[in-house]
Design a protein around this ligand. Structure first.
Ligand SMILES: *Cc1c(COP(=O)(O)O)cnc(C)c1O
Length: 464
């Protein structure tokens, strides 16, 4: 590949990096997020040809423009092949047609039953490749609202040259989510339960990473949704979806249950790369900060509300910064907004930027009651069992005030991962797979720590 797409920080004062460095760097040294200098475009002919390609072949075409000569075509293909060999469906992300208009994109066929596997399997293979090549080792640090952690631990459990530390909010994720992480027995895996919220976990990680000396000294790498390669892998299934549905001349909406804004951002970038998407719906639960932002232009933090869709119980939506940068192309402005958010807990978008945003995004929030109702209705009407996050996506899509011919809801988790919520509503337990019942019986490994950066840092230092 003679590609040399470079990456820059959304805040403008971190060094320009190559693909490989971006993957290991995680958060930029100026506190910003890395984005490619420009979006590669795929031709219509190429996108049309995806209809006869496998998921893995499409992945190669979508991902390769972002990669440079540090990875040969053969190596990239081998990494893609390995990454998706552990999925339990040959389509990788199969589509379920509910009716002539509504589809579910099932993103939960990976080893930990949530869409995070799609990216995390790839990243662990990719990092393993680079580490082996350079005989290096790293320490991975991440915060999880429930699903990222499991996917990361599953991906890295056999990577000898990496240790992995995952923070999750103590008692605030489902039992199945927790056990997917804490029952993996591997010497390089450290589960840390923080007495606080997901945002607290994320703040601790951000603070640890903001100490550049510590980060260098300990070879720290972030794998949460700020890592560029996660967004990159998630674009693939938007292309895959429209290669499997006849959507020419049709108006297409994707509805995405949204927390950290990574999954939906991947849809936005797919659109920038040439995929014909008319609208992206930011589906939120009671934690509706992005819905309010789209409606009023005011981005204002409130407390985190606990819901039955915990993976999107988030106030600080990190990847939204990448969208702000893309729309404004002004790193000074983005820096100022982010500083203001940190200082005052809010910022207001310029009218023009809001108008631009609304051309690609709409947003509707879903109450707990609406979420419960749609889980019941979807089962009664279609005999399809959905998890509470998918329910938020589907219910939110139905609130859209414009007409779309095709509405695809991203089904981000397997219902068994939230079995209590779902079985209480449906009085049915058939969807609880053997894998989940088995995991529930296994012993757990985790350390409970205070919501205090020094305590966490000491723990990490002591275990590296
Ligand atoms: C992580 C997650 C989301 C939110 O994705 P973001 O990229 O953070 O917006 C939605 N649903 C489930 C089940 C998740 O695990």
């Amino acid at each position: 590949m003679i590609n040399s797409l470079k990456y820059i920080s959304t805040r403008g004062s971190a060094p320009e990096l190559s693909f490989k460095d971006v993957i290991f760097e995680g958060l930029a040294s100026d506190g910003g997020l890395y984005v490619p200098k420009h979006w590669p475009c795929l031709s219509n002919e190429l996108i049309d040809s995806f209809s006869s390609m496998t998921y893995q072949e499409i992945a190669y075409e979508v991902i390769s423009p972002y990669i440079d000569s540090t990875l040969s075509d053969e190596d990239l293909k081998a990494i893609i092949k390995k990454s998706y060999s552990c999925f339990d469906n040959t389509e990788i992300t199969p589509l379920t047609k509910l009716d002539n208009k509504n589809y579910l994109l099932e993103l939960y066929h990976g080893p930990t039953y949530a869409f995070k596997d799609v990216a995390m399997q790839f990243i662990s293979q990719l990092m393993n490749f680079y580490l082996n090549e350079n005989k290096q080792s790293i320490n991975i640090l991440g915060a999880t609202s429930g699903d990222t952690g499991a996917a990361a631990i599953e991906g890295f459990k056999n990577v000898k040259s990496a240790k992995i530390f995952i923070l999750h909010p103590y008692n605030k994720i489902s039992e199945v989510q927790r056990k997917f992480m804490t029952t993996i027995k591997s010497e390089n895996v450290f589960n840390i339960a923080i007495k606080g919220s997901f945002d607290d976990c994320q703040n601790i990680i951000k603070k640890i990473f903001s100490d550049n000396d510590y980060k260098k000294e300990k070879s720290l790498t972030a794998i949460n949704s700020i890592n560029w390669s996660r967004i990159m892998c998630q674009m693939v299934y938007y292309f895959y979806t429209l290669s499997r549905i006849k959507s020419k001349d049709k108006k297409v909406l994707f509805s995405v249950p949204t927390g950290n804004f990574g999954d939906i951002l991947a849809g936005y970038i797919s659109k920038k790369m040439g995929l014909k998407i008319d609208m992206l719906n930011i589906a939120t639960n009671d934690n509706d900060i992005l819905t309010r932002t789209l409606m009023t232009g005011r981005h204002q933090l409130q407390g985190v509300i606990e819901t039955t869709s915990p993976s999107i119980d988030i106030q600080i939506s990190s990847n939204f910064e990448r969208l702000l940068y893309d729309i404004t192309q002004d790193s000074n402005y983005v820096s100022n907004l982010m500083n203001e958010l940190k200082r005052t807990g809010k910022y207001t978008l310029k009218e023009n930027d809001l108008i631009t945003m609304r051309k690609s995004f709409c947003s509707y929030s879903v109450s707990e009651e609406e979420s419960a109702n749609i889980i019941k209705n979807t089962f009664e009407k279609y005999k399809v069992i959905i998890d509470p996050h998918t329910a938020v996506g589907l219910s939110s899509a139905q609130k859209c005030d414009k007409e779309y011919d095709i509405m695809i809801t991203l089904s981000t988790a397997h219902p068994a991962k939230f079995k209590d919520t779902v079985s209480n509503l449906l009085h049915n337990e058939e969807f609880i797979t053997k894998k989940v019942s088995n995991i529930l019986k296994l012993d757990e490994n985790m350390t409970i720590l205070d919501n205090d950066i020094d305590v966490v840092r000491n723990f990490i230092t002591g275990n590296i």
